[in-house]
Design a protein around this ligand. Structure first.
Ligand code: BGC
Length: 724
């Protein structure tokens, strides 16, 4: 209190925390000094399903959280998961994060982050629950579509521009689910046993990049356990690695209902407990109220603080982290107004969708479709008409515009298009896959086969669909094959008409043996609001495909190493899950053990061809020890195209077990016909290191390394050796 000498006038001291121009740290310090213990505690847990409190007495705003990560989820009721039934909360559904990863284009991540955050800003949200960078270890994981593939370098590189550009809008990203949340089965109970090396080399790096380089303002603790402790209460993970080693200064948010004890959350590094549920109360007027004081970081926590059983410094640290998040977002003077469903956002959605679609196969150059050759194009498949922005769990979106593949193809090819559903799946969210009626299934199949006889081109549109048991939160896939009789239907259609294009959706790899008799095959992940236009632009040749797989499609499910050790590897034994394959996840296993994938990591065709010249290597002459590898790439075809040049490195004669080679960098280049560009990569020690479990540190071996310049993990375009 400041009092004027000789008068009775006293003024509250200047409220630095309310000064938008003051540095965030000063605002935090000032706000904290004015708050009671109770007010600090209130910041640390939910006050509704998707908000956490501010300090109304001081004019400090609350935080509004929302899923994430593909668009801003529709409103739910204040205290329940029920839809709030608003009519102003439709958004743009952006492509799934797997699709973003498949673009292998950092610029796409940047425009994605900016656009999606603008939608959150317009909806008055502060924390976007995403993006997710859990590694695709297990090909049946129901949430793989929400992540960025199987490789830590690719996921890490792609997540950084997303976070940076989202947060520039004043919206916090909540990087999730930290960590080793690689399956949905018993996700709240399962404990992951993985080697220190696998943790460091495979499961942590993308999170580290998101925090250290992306500067994520919040991180979501996952449901599962590590070291037999829930990740939301895991001192080694949250205080040790995240806040300690990586210097994370933001707020750790729990996954909804992921906190299980007061002491665990208090001392284990949790800052905002969400989703634990409300206690019922009754107001003095007899009205039902909800109170979140029963949360683990509620009354009980406050009592332990007041009794001195938990140090005040723990409370102050947590409250400071939440205040920092509030000043960075809700009370950030630079937070944008944003926009919802703007033309610009649809453009972003379309560009990413087009760049993420992977041309898996294109025999006889069946694609792009030469319309002059076909008068009757039959589209078959439920996914041609079904909304794929719905379903899947918390990433589900309510969209204003949802252009289906059939709409897109009709717009491109007009009256030539006919349609037969071919199979059906039902709509079974969260539950296990709905049982389908075999009579109806047979009728739909017969109808499609009948129509196929008069078609001169078939476009089959199927794959997964975000149903429970397909690819959906809280469940894993039931099988590696496509469901609902799709493989048999595809084979039968291909027998009738050899001009058949198969288009599939889904975030997971699957058994593609049914594609043997199919000349053209596109995999589309999930493409968001204007899915149909993106597909039409690719099949018509308006856009040249340039997506590359961020995952390995194995020929057989059991080729994936997580299935090699019985139930230990999946789904776990007595809720103990063992990552016995260690660092040999995804292509690292396939290349080291000479197992041929059906479609390799990094694979993706184009309507043009690229020729690679000879790679050259030069060592830096000054400062940091680096090596530069350069390679010329030329477009040798007739249309403009984009190529993803991939750099892998392997250690010759390593003294430790290592994959044959690992992705260390990549570049996407656009080339006009005949054009050539030289792509250069700089390699430093960080690209060569491995985690040493005896010294618990990164080590770099001296000696020879081989650099592979590839157009997919298995297609080498040039090698050079250098000595470190
Ligand atoms: C999911 C999170 C999501 C949260 C809020 C949880 O069940 O695992 O990804 O952000 O719910 O919807």
């Amino acid at each position: 209190m400041l009092c004027l000498a000789g008068t009775s006038l006293c003024f509250a001291q200047a409220k630095i925390y309310q000064n938008p121009n003051a540095p965030v740290e000063e605002r935090v310090k000032d706000a904290l000094s004015r708050m009671t213990v109770h007010e600090k505690v209130l910041l640390l847990h939910g006050q509704s399903k998707f908000t956490s409190a501010g300090v109304p007495r001081l004019g400090i705003k609350e935080l509004h959280h929302s899923d994430g990560p593909h668009g801003c989820r529709a409103e739910v009721e204040w205290n329940s998961w029920n839809t709030a039934n608003w009519n102003n909360d439709s958004c743009v559904a952006f492509p799934s994060l797997t699709c973003l990863a498949a673009t292998w284009n950092r610029d796409m991540s940047a425009i994605y982050g900016k656009a999606v955050a603008e939608e959150f800003a317009f909806r008055d949200k502060n924390i976007m629950l995403g993006p997710g960078v859990n590694i695709n270890r297990m090909p049946l994981n129901g949430r793989n579509f929400e992540y960025m593939g199987e490789d830590p370098l690719l996921a890490g590189e792609m997540v950084v521009p997303y976070i940076q550009n989202a947060q520039k809008q004043g919206i916090a990203c909540c990087l999730k689910h930290f960590f080793v949340n690689n399956q949905e089965w018993h996700r709240e109970r399962v404990n992951v046993n993985a080697s220190e090396r696998a943790i460091r080399e495979i499961y942590l790096p993308a999170f580290r990049k998101g925090v250290v380089e992306g500067g994520a303002w919040s991180v979501m603790g996952s449901y599962n356990k590590w070291l037999n402790i829930h990740c939301c209460e895991n001192d080694s993970l949250l205080n040790g690695i995240l806040k300690g080693e990586w210097g994370f200064d933001g707020a750790v948010v729990s996954d909804w209902g992921g906190v299980h004890s007061t002491m665990g959350a208090a001392l284990g590094g949790m800052d905002i407990e969400m989703g634990t549920g409300a206690g019922d109360g009754v107001s003095s007027r007899g009205i039902k109220t909800y109170t979140y004081n029963t949360n683990f970081l509620g009354d009980n926590f406050e009592k332990l603080i007041n009794e001195g059983k938990i140090p005040m410094s723990v409370l102050d640290d947590k409250a400071s982290r939440v205040l920092r998040t509030i000043f960075r977002t809700a009370m950030n003077p630079n937070k944008v107004i944003g926009e919802l469903c703007s033309e610009e956002h649809y453009d972003v959605c379309l560009q990413i969708a087009e760049e993420g679609i992977v041309l898996m196969k294109n025999d006889r150059n069946l694609l792009p479709i030469d319309v002059s050759r076909y008068s009757h194009i039959l589209v078959v498949g439920e996914n041609a008409t079904r909304s794929l922005t719905e379903g899947g769990g918390s990433s589900e979106l309510k969209t204003k515009l949802d252009i289906s593949p059939l709409d897109g193809l009709r717009a491109a090819f007009g009256d030539r298009i006919d349609y037969a559903q071919g199979y059906y799946s039902g709509r079974a969210m969260y539950a296990m896959q709905e049982r389908t009626d075999s009579t109806r299934q047979a009728q739909l199949k017969a109808e499609a086969l009948e129509k196929a006889k008069s078609a001169d081109l078939i476009i089959f549109i199927g794959g997964m669909n975000k149903n429970g048991g397909q690819d959906c939160e809280a469940t894993d896939r039931n099988e590696y094959q496509l469901s609902f009789g799709q493989p048999e239907l595809i084979a039968a259609l291909a027998k009738i008409q050899k001009n058949i294009v198969v288009v599939t959706f889904g975030g997971n790899p699957f058994d593609t043996s049914c594609m043997k008799s199919v000349p053209a095959f596109l995999h589309c992940w999930y493409l968001g609001s204007i899915s149909g236009t993106a597909i039409a632009n690719i099949v018509s040749g308006k856009v040249n495909p340039s997506g590359k797989l961020p995952i390995t499609f194995a020929a057989n499910k059991n080729d994936y190493p997580c299935f090699h050790y019985g139930e230990r590897g999946f789904p776990g034994v007595n809720d103990q899950l063992y990552y016995d394959e260690g660092i040999f996840v995804g292509y690292r296993y396939f290349n080291t053990n000479n197992v041929k994938p059906a479609f390799a990591f990094g694979h993706g065709l184009s309507y043009t061809t690229f020729a690679y010249g000879k790679p050259t290597v030069s060592a830096s002459t000054s400062g940091k020890k680096t090596v530069t590898v350069s390679i010329p790439v030329r477009n040798t075809g007739k249309v403009t195209g984009k190529e993803v040049v991939q750099l892998y490195i392997g250690k010759n004669g390593s003294k430790v077990e290592r994959p044959e080679k690992e992705l260390k960098d990549f570049a996407k280049v656009s080339l006009n016909p005949g054009e050539e560009k030289t792509v250069s990569f700089t390699i430093d020690d960080e690209d060569l290191q491995y985690w040493d479990e005896t010294t618990h540190s990164w080590q770099v071996e001296s000696g020879k390394y081989t650099v592979y310049i590839n157009s997919s993990e298995v297609v080498n375009k040039g090698k050079v050796v250098f000595v470190r």
